[in-house]
Design a protein around this ligand. Structure first.
Ligand SMILES: Cc1cc2nc3c(=O)[nH]c(=O)nc-3n(C[C@H](O)[C@H](O)[C@H](O)COP(=O)(O)OP(=O)(O)OC[C@H]3O[C@@H](n4cnc5c(N)ncnc54)[C@H](O)[C@@H]3O)c2cc1C
Ligand SMILES: NC(=O)c1ccc[n+]([C@@H]2O[C@H](COP(=O)([O-])OP(=O)(O)OC[C@H]3O[C@@H](n4cnc5c(N)ncnc54)[C@H](OP(=O)(O)O)[C@@H]3O)[C@@H](O)[C@H]2O)c1
Length: 362
């Protein structure tokens, strides 16, 4: 399967460091990781709200069985286990939120030399250096892969993550730093990192290049979708050319914490008919009723359109990020389905069976 990266992309950063990639690049234009200021003030805003009237529910329409993406040949899981992890090297680590954002999120690239073969939508485990309070090695933490299978340098020899630094104040008023996220966000180029996996099949992409793919992300939940979208819009394959609709909803607290916005803007320029992106900036935007702009609030503005898409057999929804988003999204779906007399919970079960409703929240 020949492939080539066809887009030049820069990652915004206020602090970044990188090692030059040592491996050969097969991209037609090289991806550059430039230092550019990160201040996104143009998050989309809108006030159109569609009110949905509930009706008597009937049986959900039957869904057609499909070829399972989860049975797909060649999807590797658990090649590397915690007892014998792959030792990668940090090639680049860059902060992708602005200095005034609430919290820090970093984009990092690790070398794999092609030894950790993953697909878009999978995760890897990371074992932080050091020991826990009992003197035992730290347990692994899972991270969604943020790069396409080709990796950010287009040579299938690296894997990228999008990691939020966890820092919180405990009941005793002490500041506590999460073990693995801080280990990762502090990694310097050249440092070694213990990698396990890859794992996960829930979030694998649909095989159909003409599918409608609706991606719902909060914060770092964007990771698998960056991976999908690079494959769809920045890379060229002999056997895959995306010609469906990719529709991304991304929820973040402030415009200074919007993730990968420059890349999504480039994708929109490249494929205006095939890519839509809508942001929900919770602490800066509100709907017409003055409610906080969560991802589900933004989705409600497109209620009719989303529901029409969801009735199609080639529409796939993916959700990733905060656990709380799942209920919020269910709530709007209940009213949408009820409008057609459909019980959402039954319908969702069918969508899940046909792998059209895919959720990885935490
Ligand atoms: C499938 C999957 C994919 C994931 N992908 C990503 C990803 O792409 N990017 C990403 O950043 N994360 C991701 N995560 C989360 C990641 O695995 C870690 O849980 C996260 O980085 C925190 O780990 P840590 O070692 O830094 O924190 P830890 O040292 O493990 O501390 C976390 C613990 O701190 C406590 N805690 C946390 N916040 C508070 C609080 N406010 N008040 C009190 N106690 C608190 C809780 O007990 C929590 O379990 C993913 C998780 C899963 C399951
Ligand atoms: N595969 C996975 O399972 C996976 C992958 C990646 C990340 N994650 C997890 O996803 C989470 C992302 O957190 P983050 O810190 O990166 O995000 P973040 O930057 O804090 O952004 C989260 C956004 O979601 C909003 N939000 C809060 N509650 C919500 C709700 N009930 N419904 C909808 N939106 C809501 C927040 O709004 P306010 O803060 O303004 O309320 C904020 O705008 C982390 O817990 C991470 O571990 C899981």
């Amino acid at each position: 399967m020949a492939a080539a990266v066809s887009a030049a992309v820069s990652l915004p950063s206020s602090k970044s460091s990188s090692l030059p990639p040592r491996t050969s690049i097969i991209s037609t234009e090289r991806i550059s990781f430039n230092k550019v200021p990160l201040y996104y003030r143009n998050a989309s805003s809108g006030t159109r709200v569609v009110l949905i009237k509930a009706q008597i529910t009937t049986d959900a329409p039957a869904k057609a069985e499909k070829v399972s993406k989860k049975q797909e040949d060649g999807v590797i899981v658990n090649k590397f286990k915690p007892k014998d992890p792959y030792i990668g090297k940090c090639l680049l680590n860059t902060k992708i939120t602005a200095d005034d954002a609430p919290g820090e999120t970093w984009h990092m690239v690790f070398s794999t030399e092609g030894e950790v073969p993953y697909r878009e939508g999978q995760s890897i485990g990371v074992i932080a250096d050091g020991v826990d309070k009992n003197g035992k090695p730290h347990k692994l933490r899972l991270y969604s892969i943020a790069s396409s299978a080709l990796g950010d340098f287009g040579d299938s020899k690296s894997v990228s993550l999008c990691v939020k630094r966890l820092v919180y104040t405990n009941d005793q008023g002490e500041i506590v730093k999460g073990v693995c996220s801080n280990f990762l966000c502090d990694l310097k180029p050249g440092a070694e990192v213990k990698i396990t996996g890859p794992v996960g099949k829930e979030m694998l992409m649909p095989k159909d290049p003409n599918a409608n793919v609706i991606m719902l992300a909060t914060g770092t939940g964007i990771a698998p979708f960056r991976s999908f979208l690079w494959k769809m819009f920045f890379e060229k394959y002999d056997d895959y050319k995306f010609n469906g609709l990719a529709w991304l909803f991304l929820g973040v607290p402030t415009s200074s914490s919007l993730l990968y916005k420059e890349e999504f803007t480039k994708m929109k320029e490249k494929a205006p008919k095939n890519f839509r992106v809508d942001y929900a900036v919770s602490r800066e935007q509100a709907n017409a009723k003055g409610e906080k702009m969560y991802i589900q609030t933004r989705m409600a503005e497109y209620a009719e359109e989303l529901w029409e898409l969801l009735k199609k057999d080639n529409t796939y929804v993916y959700m990733c990020g905060l656990k709380g988003m799942e209920k919020g999204i269910d709530d709007i779906m209940i009213s949408l389905a009820a409008k057609d007399g459909i019980d959402w919970i039954d319908y969702k079960k069918q969508l899940k069976r046909s792998e059209q409703w895919n959720v990885e929240v935490y």
